[in-house]
Design a protein around this ligand. Sequence first.
Ligand SMILES: [Fe+2]
Ligand SMILES: [Fe+2]
Length: 248
Amino acid sequence: MTTSPHPSSVASRSSAWNGTVVRSRFFDALSLLLPAGEQFLIDTLEAWRSSVEPQPEGELGSEIDRFIREELAHRRAHTRYNAALVDAAPLTQPIVERAGRITAELDGFSVPMKLALVVAFEQLTSVLAKEIEGHPFLLVDEGTRAARLWRWHAREELGHCHVAARVAYRAGLGRGLLTLALLLATGYLGTDLLRYTCSLCRCDIRAGASRRTMLVDTLRFASGALPSLMRMARHWFALLLSPAQGAH
Ligand SMILES: [Fe+2]
Ligand SMILES: [Fe+2]
């Protein structure tokens, strides 16, 4: 695990830290979902580990320990990031609070379904992380602390994304369940990301940003993101065809 770039100065950054306001709010919205989301990953893996006999040891045991350590560090870093977001834009407070309850609807699922969702969320995260690492459009690296935080997070996700798949293999999850979880997780993440990005942009407009500029920014970002979306869709389809990738 590498040390996180401390995001405490995010509060003093501009709302357009990532090139434009809309592109920045896309990442800010993702950050809002992460503390609850990463706690869900940790709780699910810990619940599974304490319920199996024999307990996973050796390489898998240490990989699970590392996975949990890294997700805890991400959770802490994004909690600070989100607090700094509220300091810089107080109107976002209720949105941040709402995002903190984002995983409540997953509580009723069985342990195998939750494990399959962990695999799916990790796969979706790795699709985005690959795009961030390989192409400069989504995350414009201008050397800001927020950008460094995202790059650090993306690299750690790529380093541990196979762990959940290995756990799913050990737990004997079937292909049908993994496919269903990938479809569900894509629906959850896609809708929430869109919803929270729009909510943050509406806060910017209420705080005085020009509606016209935001609209132009949105259209530019959406059209410029098409190649990124196509690449990510290709990776996503590969996962759909082989949902247990990385398990062996
Ligand atoms: Fe993470
Ligand atoms: Fe992860």
